[in-house]
Design a protein around this ligand. Structure first.
Ligand code: ZN
Length: 427
């Protein structure tokens, strides 16, 4: 691997501007190497908001998380933004000390991180069982998890709005366009934040991308919107994950799934509380498998607008839609077909010769074996070393120590939904 090593990465400036109906936050970052110094500008645009010190704190935290992504490739210590709260620094360092484990394993950078090591306290699980959510926001990508989280919140009767992030810079990540249009049509008034911040990752070695802290700074943007629109809950769509964390350097190590773990959500909720923001962050989907989530979504109106794709392409109406060809499209198409739904872009030929790619991000052996079984039942066979076995727990609500019930009332509601999945669709 050809490594890019920077001499230093420095935060030069942070500022904001208002127009009549938007507020845009900026950051400029100077990247210094022995060949050149270059300044890059990142931004995020929101519906017009009033700026106070709490929103500013979230913005600086978002910026610092972006900066820390450069640390494994930088010879100097990257400093936090001036004025950043101690809680924010500890929270970012918790993420950094976790991600360092990944970076060190993959990139072999042996950097002393002792001064970064932090293990942020988790929100007390007893206090976490909060049942009074009055204004709920849902982090929307338009994929199956966020769409189902949205459906759960709306159908449970909560005051719900969706927040989308449209990454429109050099690297586009334009997810959920059809879903946000649909929500507009039905009068749900989703918020769309536009940003180019993901472009900072383009400055790093490309194989680093999926191991970077990408989700946590994105969640900071969502929280800025939640805070200014006075939400008390941010729902995220994280599904059941069977990673067993182990303790390394005093912090739990989850691999790439840390930012999607229940532990991270409890730390984030505690962090927000510590800086004076009372917003709880959690996923109502933790105890469900991907196949179960997809089974629940196909019966809702949102299913028609689901996009789950790594490289969305433009359709005739200039909307970004699923490409129908990438590994994620293949996996989703296989899951949808396995539960007996025919989709226009499903053709077993798209994954027959690369069947392993549809299984490698499923939760575990049980789910993969069940997928093979269900496809076989429909006469679809392909080369795979995975056994064909039906496991009924794939369509059940599974609880273990890492995936506790978050809010009993909402959990009971999800359990009752799971019980309505028609059996003839599965076997
Ligand atoms: Zn695709």
């Amino acid at each position: 691997m050809k490594e890019t090593i920077f001499d230093n990465v420095i935060l030069k400036d942070v500022w904001f501007t208002h127009t009549e109906d938007t507020t845009r936050f900026y950051t400029s970052i100077e990247v210094m190497s022995n060949t050149m110094n270059q300044t890059y500008i990142g931004y995020a645009t929101f519906p017009k908001m009033t700026i106070d010190n709490k929103i500013w704190e979230l913005w600086l935290t978002c910026v610092y998380l972006h900066l820390l992504n450069f640390q494994p490739f930088t010879n100097s210590k990257i400093l936090p933004p001036n004025g950043l709260n101690d809680y924010s620094i500890l929270f970012c360092n918790d993420l950094y000390s976790h991600n360092y484990q990944i970076w060190n394993k993959i990139f072999g950078r042996n950097i002393d991180i002792s001064e970064y090591i932090s293990n942020y306290p988790e929100f007390d699980p007893k206090k976490y069982n909060i049942e009074n959510y009055s204004k709920v926001a849902v982090a929307m990508s338009g994929g199956k998890e966020s769409s189902l989280a949205y459906h759960i919140s709306v159908s449970y009767g909560l005051n719900t709005s969706g927040i989308f992030i449209d990454y429109i810079g050099k690297s586009k990540r334009r997810e959920g366009q059809r879903m946000s249009e649909y929500l507009k049509q039905v009068g749900d008034n989703p918020v769309v934040i536009t940003s180019n911040l993901i472009d900072f990752l383009c400055l790093l070695p490309s194989q680093y991308g999926k191991h970077s802290m990408y989700l946590s700074p994105t969640i900071m943007l969502l929280l800025m919107q939640c805070y200014c629109s006075k939400k008390d809950t941010l729902l995220v769509g994280n599904e059941y994950d069977n990673t067993c964390p182990k303790l390394e350097n005093g912090t739990s190590y989850f691999g790439d799934n840390y930012e999607q773990s229940t532990v991270f959500e409890r730390k984030l909720t505690q962090y927000l509380h510590d800086i004076g923001i009372d917003i709880q962050v959690f996923s109502p989907l933790y105890n469900l498998t991907e196949t179960c989530i997809q089974s629940l979504l196909v019966d809702t109106s949102y299913f028609n607008y689901q996009e789950s794709c790594l490289v969305p392409i433009k359709d005739n109406s200039n909307n970004y839609v699923s490409c129908g060809n990438c590994s994620k499209c293949k996996r989703i198409a296989a899951i949808i077909q396995s539960i007996g739904i025919n989709t226009y872009y499903f053709d077993p030929a798209i994954f027959k010769n690369s069947s392993e790619s549809i299984f490698n991000s499923l939760n575990g052996t049980d789910e993969a074996e069940t997928l093979v079984y269900l496809l076989n039942q429909q006469g679809i066979y392909f080369d795979t070393s995975i056994e064909s076995t039906y496991h009924k727990n794939v369509f059940q609500y599974n609880i273990d120590d890492m995936h506790p019930r978050i809010c009993p009332l909402l959990s009971n509601y999800v359990i009752s939904m799971v019980q309505t999945i028609p059996l003839n669709r599965m076997k």
